[in-house]
Design a protein around this ligand. Sequence first.
Ligand SMILES: CCCCCCCCCCCCCC(=O)SCCNC(=O)CCNC(=O)[C@H](O)C(C)(C)COP(=O)(O)OP(=O)(O)OC[C@H]1O[C@@H](n2cnc3c(N)ncnc32)[C@H](O)[C@@H]1OP(=O)(O)O
Length: 227
Amino acid sequence: MAETVEYEVVTQAGAGRDAGSGEPVLMSARASEGGLDAAAAAARRLVDALVRLGDSTDYDTDALATRINAIAAEVEDALPDEAARLVEMWQQEGPNRHDLVTGPQNPIAPPLVVHGQPDGSVEASTTLPIAYQGQPRMAHGGISALLLDHTLGMANGWAGRGGMTARLTLNFKRPVPLGEPITIRAKQESVDGRKLYTQGVLSVDGEPCVTAEALFIAGHLPRPTAD
Ligand SMILES: CCCCCCCCCCCCCC(=O)SCCNC(=O)CCNC(=O)[C@H](O)C(C)(C)COP(=O)(O)OP(=O)(O)OC[C@H]1O[C@@H](n2cnc3c(N)ncnc32)[C@H](O)[C@@H]1OP(=O)(O)O
């Protein structure tokens, strides 16, 4: 097993639950209106439009591919050194802006917005577009699993001790509709040495759709460093 380390959770409001003054505290990164966040939001919009477009359109998709490739090449020309970028990604103390699930700078993040609650739980919300479709008009089960795993992980952070998922058990009770607000509530229920036991539920309109129970093992892989 690789060496693991433990990190303190720091939210935009300050250090973890210490920042909680009886009000919910934003844990995920707040999206900026411009810059890379806006570019990622535009890419999300483009992905949604492409999935909805289909083959029956008269739109010139060959020309579209050429234009998108030209933009990608322009961005690739501006990329920093990959190792340096990895260090930069992981150096901040607050919520990760590149994050797969919550990150405003990650075009494939829905993104999920997560608040730490005064009772020690977390509450997350988002609305899933058609790119995440599994069954007709419904979210893919793997996406529900991703959102739950991540929210449970953030609940651990909010409770004061985070870790890596060792076991995740899901119960798919009803399909998760696309295009409707979803809510995920999660809480670290108990700790036994390095074993963290965390539960959560993904609901739509107050109806539980997917429940999750997980075992996390305290500790994370070390952050990348410059040397
Ligand atoms: C403000 C913002 C805050 C943000 C917060 C961050 C949010 C981020 C959210 C991200 C969330 C996403 C998170 C992700 O996606 S994490 C990525 C997905 N997970 C992984 O890749 C984990 C891969 N596995 C490993 O690396 C290791 O196996 C781990 C680290 C899990 C344990 O290896 P380690 O060498 O360290 O420990 P150990 O083997 O001595 O085991 C220790 C104890 O645990 C027991 N055990 C172990 N496995 C299992 C099992 N499967 N069922 C039952 N029991 C199990 C084991 O029997 C032993 O018990 P005991 O003998 O002591 O009684």
